[in-house]
Design a binder for this molecule. Sequence first.
Ligand SMILES: [Zn+2]
Length: 81
Amino acid sequence: MQDSTLKSGKCPKCGSSEVYTDSGKDKRGERMQLVISSWKWYFLDTYLCLGCFHFEEYVPENEKLDEKIIKKIKETWKKVN
Ligand SMILES: [Zn+2]
């Protein structure tokens, strides 16, 4: 495991440890969502560095991306590399 994400509690960009997250909060009605389709979306955990405002978002670890969803992403999203 690499520690180069905000999840480590230390910002990989500026080195600040002023990292906050809304992980575990009740997020119903909030806007940070990963929308796969009209029938499936996830509320995301956001990690934010208050030193440089770098932020990262993650699908919560207790959520499983099943094969149907992975297929949908591969069909509709663009691969980075
Ligand atoms: Zn930072």
